[in-house]
Design a protein around this ligand. Structure first.
Ligand code: AMP
Ligand code: MN
Ligand code: MN
Ligand code: MN
Length: 300
């Protein structure tokens, strides 16, 4: 018997369509942030919100940090929601900051933890350089100000600077701060050494996880550069690509769905929810994956 579609992003199971042990229509969100990185909500609260929004499978994917996983998993266990370990690793490729998701890895893996620690340890120095750059254009005290917004000081990020600049009235919202001050070419942006693509994939694979390109529609890559990146990702053993993302347009979804099949990548989907009022869409409110793709959760 076929179930009717529920509210946006939530689908009722169709009993007759079961593949690889997963019901065919699931509400899956494999990309979101807690205040262990630059999200606004504590990990437990985020997991509760996901459950309230009828998420069936959730991955918490904080930037370069996995300290929120136990609290989110505890809530997921309590409410009967499937939980998958996740992380969003910051890498540098071709002069750009790119994000690679690690999914379903063993969180105790020593090399993964050491690798994430090595990326985190550069963030404080980078924040000090950002603060100096902003001071040069007359905006003072931003290191301390941004730090007050960072629940996890080791994960000080541009988002925390943006929130502080909104707090002191420099811009009306976070997005405007990014556009005017802290993206490449703007006065508060500083270069930084992140992980390499090969390192990030080694850490994820060494811990038994699946690597997925996060929000590929957001990078300033020409079409040939995008292919170069995906070729390299594939040759290093990368398995998946985010097709549906909170920041993807319908055209992005169509393009990356096509590329997923062309490259033989599994298809992932995630809201990239950071908090109420600061995100493209809420957790668990994604459009479904286009037909004809292999969902990444088949590999979990
Ligand atoms: P960081 O890891 O410190 O470089 O910060 C990157 C984070 O900043 C991303 O994960 C997003 O949460 C946020 N971000 C990047 N670009 C923008 C933008 N244009 N508008 C709003 N937030 C952004
Ligand atoms: Mn972020
Ligand atoms: Mn990202
Ligand atoms: Mn993200």
């Amino acid at each position: 018997m076929a179930g009717a579609a529920g509210p946006r992003g939530h689908c009722v199971m169709i009993d007759s369509l079961i593949f690889h042990g997963w019901p065919a229509l699931l509400n899956v969100d494999l990309h979101c942030h807690s205040n262990a990185s630059d999200g606004l909500l504590p990990a437990a609260e985020l997991a509760h919100r996901a459950a309230q929004n009828h998420v069936d499978i959730l991955a918490l994917t904080d930037h370069d940090d996995i300290s929120g996983l136990p609290a989110a998993r505890a809530v997921a266990d309590e409410v009967g929601m499937r939980f998958v370990n996740g992380v969003e690793i910051s890498i540098e490729w071709g002069g750009l900051q790119i994000h690679v998701l690690g999914l379903a890895f063993a969180e105790a893996d020593a090399a993964l933890n050491a690798g994430l620690l090595s990326i985190r340890s550069g963030r404080i120095g980078r924040a000090q350089r950002m603060a100096s750059a902003l001071e040069n254009i007359g905006i003072e005290g931003t290191f301390e100000g941004a730090m007050r917004h960072a629940e996890n000081p080791h994960l000080i990020s541009r988002s925390h600077f943006a929130r502080y600049l909104v707090e002191i009235g420099v811009c009306k919202d976070v997005r405007s701060v990014f556009e005017s001050y802290i993206v490449p070419g703007r006065p508060g942006y500083v270069e930084h050494q992140w992980a390499t693509l090969a390192e990030a994939l080694d850490w994820i694979h060494g811990a038994g996880g699946i690597a997925a390109v996060a929000h590929p529609g957001r990078y300033k890559l020409s079409r040939p550069e995008l292919h170069d990146f995906l070729d390299e990702f594939k040759s290093l053993g990368g398995q998946a690509i985010e097709v549906v993302s909170g920041s993807h347009s319908a055209a992005n979804i169509a393009l990356f769905g096509r590329l997923a099949n062309e490259y033989g990548f599994l298809a992932s989907c995630g809201s990239d929810f950071h908090g109420p009022g600061e995100s493209y869409i809420d957790i668990g409110q994604l459009a479904p994956l286009p037909a004809g793709l292999t969902p990444v959760w088949e590999a979990f």
